[in-house]
Design a protein around this ligand. Structure first.
Ligand code: SAH
Length: 481
C-alpha cells in the first residue's frame, strides 16, 4: 500500500449494502459511495480508503466485524487475487439477485423502461466448469504475494493476468471454470518448460519463447490446444507438442489423434493479440465441432470452431439464451429475419428452420466465412451473411436488396449499437426487435432511443458467467402501431 493511502481515512463499522459494477461491492457512508472488492452485502467491515473522489471512493476491507449470511467459502485458492471470479464468496442465489437488480436498475434508471414484463433471471445449472475456453499467459514475471521477494533465478509462471498489471501473471494451479483436463494441460506445459529450460516470455524486454495457450473444448468431448510462441523454433516447439499428445492420449472423441486439434501460432509482435496471426496445425484437425440442440428438436446443429472463431463461452447457457430469443421472436414460418452482430451466425442458424429467410451481418470476415460453412453443413439454404461495419452495411439499399425484415434480432458488443444503427432500426420499423445484450447500461440507452416506436414487452436476464458480475439480457420490443 502506498504512503498516500495512509492519509486517507479509515471508515469504521460500515455495512456493505450492494454488489455493484465491475464486481465491486458497495457501501454508502455520509452520501459517499464506497466501492470495496471481495466483500459481500451484509458484511460489516472497517474500510481503508485508497482512492477518494468527490462523489465516490475505493477502499479495502481491513477488519471484519460481522460476516454476511450470504457468504460461502470460495472454492478457488486464487480467490482474492485473481480478477476472474470476484463473487465466488457470495452464494449463487445472491449472485443471481444482484444480477437481476443490475438489469432492472439500469433499464429503469438509465432507460426509463417499464420492467413489468421482466422475468426471473435464468441461472446456470453448472456454476463451475461452465466455460468452453480459457486463455492463459506465460510470463517471466510471476505476480508476488505482498510478503514475497523477487528472486533473480525465478523463471516465471503461467496463469492469468492480474488486473491492471500488464507484465505479470498470477500462477494458476487450478482454475475451476473449465472441465478437466484444462488444468492438467496447462500445468503439463509449465512443468515441461521448466524441466527443459524453455523460457517464458518477458513482455517488457521481448525475450523468451512461450507466450500464451488457448484451451477450448466442446460439449461432445473435443479439445483444441493452441500454443502461441514468440519465434519459429522447431527444436523447442515440436518435442513439447509431441509430449503433450503422448500425455493426453484420450482427448479426441472423433479423430485418431490424441488431442482433436493441436495447433500453434508464432507471435513476434510486441503485443499479445492473435487475431492477425496465422494458426498452424501440428496434429489432428484445424477445428473442433460443437453441437447445440435445435429449438424444435431433431438432429443437433453443428458448429465448426477454429482457433480464432467466436463461440459463446458457456455452451449450455447459450442454448437457453438462444431459446429465449426464439421464444420472443415467435416465428411462424414466413418471416424475413435479420440477425445483427451475427458472429459465426449461430443465432441465425438457431432460428433459420422457423422462418422464410435470415440475413446475418457481422464485421469479422472470418466469422462470416465460418457462418456460411456452418449454415451449409447444417443444411440451411435460407441464410445469407454479409461482412462489414453495421453502421455502413445496414442502409436503405441493403434493406431494399434483402427485403424488409419482419423481425430483427440484435446482439451488439458491450458498447451497444451505434447511433446510426439505432436510427436505421427506427426507420426500418420491423414488427419486432429482439435485443440480446451483454451490457444492461448500453442496452438501456438503446432501448430509450428505440422507445420512439417500440414498447418493451418481455425481459429475460440470463446468467452465462457465474461468480462474475457479467449478465446477459434479452428484451422483446414490439412496434407501436
Ligand atoms: N450473436 C453472436 C455474437 C455476438 S458478439 C453469437 O451469439 O455468437 C457481438 C458480435 O458483434 C461480435 O462477433 C463482433 O465481431 C460483432 N461486431 C462488433 N462491432 C461490430 C460492428 N460495428 N459491425 C458489425 N459487427 C460488429
Amino acid at each position: 500500500m502506498s504512503r498516500r493511502n495512509k492519509q486517507l481515512p479509515l471508515l469504521e463499522q460500515v455495512e456493505i449494502t450492494d454488489a455493484g459494477a465491475e464486481g465491486m461491492s458497495v457501501a454508502r457512508v455520509d452520501g459517499l459511495v464506497v466501492f470495496v472488492p471481495f466483500v459481500v452485502p451484509g458484511d460489516v467491515v472497517d474500510i481503508q480508503l485508497y482512492k477518494k473522489k468527490r462523489s465516490y471512493a475505493e477502499g479495502r476491507a481491513v477488519h471484519f466485524h460481522r460476516l454476511s449470511p450470504l457468504r460461502v467459502e470460495p472454492r478457488c485458492s486464487h480467490f482474492g487475487v485473481c480478477g476472474g471470479c470476484k463473487w465466488q464468496n457470495m452464494n449463487y442465489e445472491a449472485q443471481l439477485d444482484a444480477k437481476q437488480r443490475q438489469v432492472r436498475d439500469n433499464l429503469e434508471r438509465l432507460g426509463h423502461v417499464d420492467c413489468s414484463g421482466m422475468r426471473p433471471i435464468c441461472g446456470s445449472d453448472r456454476i463451475f466448469e461452465y466455460r468452453n475456453k480459457l486463455e492463459f499467459t506465460f510470463s517471466s514475471k510471476r505476480w508476488l504475494q505482498p510478503d514475497e521477494e523477487r528472486r533473480d533465478d525465478d523463471p516465471g509462471d503461467v496463469g492469468f493476468h492480474v488486473p491492471q498489471v500488464f507484465d505479470k501473471v498470477l500462477p494458476v494451479q487450478w482454475c475451476h471454470l473449465q472441465p478437466e483436463p484444462s488444468n492438467a494441460i496447462r500445468n503439463f506445459l509449465r512443468n515441461y518448460a521448466l524441466e527443459h529450460g524453455i523460457p517464458f516470455y518477458d513482455i517488457r524486454n521481448h525475450t523468451g519463447f512461450l507466450r500464451n495457450v488457448i484451451i477450448r473444448n466442446t460439449s461432445t468431448g473435443e479439445w483444441m490446444v493452441v500454443l502461441i510462441v514468440a519465434e519459429d523454433k522447431p527444436e523447442w516447439l515440436l518435442p513439447m507438442l509431441e509430449e503433450l499428445n503422448i500425455h493426453f492420449p484420450e482427448l479426441s472423441s472423433t479423430s485418431h489423434h490424441p488431442i482433436t486439434s493441436l495447433m500453434y501460432m508464432v507471435n513476434n509482435k510486441l503485443n499479445d493479440s492473435y487475431s492477425d496471426l496465422e494458426p498452424r496445425l501440428y496434429s489432428g484437425q484445424d477445428y473442433i465441432t460443437e453441437q447445440m440442440p435445435r429449438y424444435n428438436g431433431g438432429a443437433p446443429l453443428r458448429f465448426r470452431i477454429n482457433p480464432k472463431s467466436f463461440y459463446q463461452t458457456n455452451s449450455e447457457q447459450a442454448f437457453k439464451l438462444y431459446s429465449y430469443v426464439a421464444e420472443f421472436a415467435d416465428l411462424q414460418g414466413d418471416e424475413t429475419v435479420y440477425d445483427l452482430y451475427t458472429g459465426t451466425g449461430t443465432i441465425a442458424q438457431f432460428v433459420a428452420g422457423m422462418c422464410r429467410k435470415v440475413v446475418g451481418i457481422e464485421y469479422i470476415e472470418e466469422a462470416i466465412a465460418d457462418a456460411r460453412l456452418n449454415a451449409a453443413a447444417n443444411g440451411f439454404s435460407n441464410c445469407t451473411f454479409y461482412a462489414g461495419d453495421m453502421a455502413n452495411v445496414l442502409d436503405d439499399a441493403f434493406v431494399t436488396a434483402n427485403g424488409k425484415p419482419d423481425v430483427i434480432i440484435t446482439d451488439p458488443p458491450r458498447a451497444g449499437m451505434h447511433n446510426k444503427v439505432v436510427e436505421q432500426l427506427l426507420r426500418i420499423g420491423a414488427r419486432k426487435i429482439v435485443y440480446v445484450s451483454c451490457n444492461p447500461a448500453t442496452q438501456a440507452r438503446d432501448l430509450m432511443l428505440l422507445s420512439d416506436r417500440y414498447d418493451v414487452r418481455r425481459i429475460q436476464p440470463v446468467d452465462m458467467f457465474p461468480h462474475t458480475q457479467h449478465v446477459e439480457n434479452v428484451a422483446e420490443l414490439v412496434r407501436r402501431d
